[in-house]
Design a protein around this ligand. Structure first.
Ligand code: NI
Length: 174
């Protein structure tokens, strides 16, 4: 159980294309330990999700969601706690929507970010069992945000309206 340092934007390790976990490495002690550290780190930072590259681990692994409302996103619906490896995302149609996003690697800032409204996502849990879900709205947004980290993409790279990009405390006050 270790809270790990979260890399911040500007660190080149956040820009890598992460490799998938090889089939023989599922359900290993090393993987379970890594996931425990990621969960501790996500909870300590009150994040909605965390991707392995954010703690410097170059691997297609994200965790997101939780059992109680997130203090950083108090008015958003609950997303089930999920460990997702080697994910694939497919938009269900061409609909997109804009909503506020932040990122633990971009502390203090928020922006309106366009995302697919409805997606199918697939992958595997830590035991190698398949995950295949439909998601929409906030749930779909969190999955897209976290999986972007596996492709070296941070949300500011997706901002289209820079008049709605700023410091969280300033945005809240105005
Ligand atoms: Ni992020």
């Amino acid at each position: 159980m270790t809270v790990r340092e979260i890399l911040r934007m500007g660190d080149p390790r956040l820009l890598r294309q992460a490799p998938p976990l090889p089939a023989q490495d599922f359900d290993s002690d090393a993987l379970h330990l890594l996931i425990t550290d990621m969960l501790d780190t996500m909870r300590a930072a009150e994040g909605a999700g965390l991707a392995a590259p954010q703690i410097g681990v170059d691997l297609q692994l994200v965790i997101f969601g939780g059992h109680s409302a997130n203090p950083r996103y108090p008015d958003r619906p609950l997303v089930p706690y999920t460990v997702l490896l080697n994910p694939q995302i497919t938009p269900l149609d061409s609909a997109q929507e804009q909503d506020w996003e932040g990122c633990l690697s971009v502390p203090g800032l928020r922006a309106m970010v366009p995302r697919w409204s409805r997606i199918r996502y697939t992958g595997f849990d830590q035991y190698g069992d398949p995950i295949d879900r439909l998601a929409e709205g906030f749930h779909a947004r969190v999955v897209q945000h976290e999986c972007d980290h596996l492709n070296g993409v941070l949300y500011p790279m997706r901002v289209t309206d820079f008049s709605r990009f700023g410091f969280s405390d300033v945005l809240l006050a105005s």
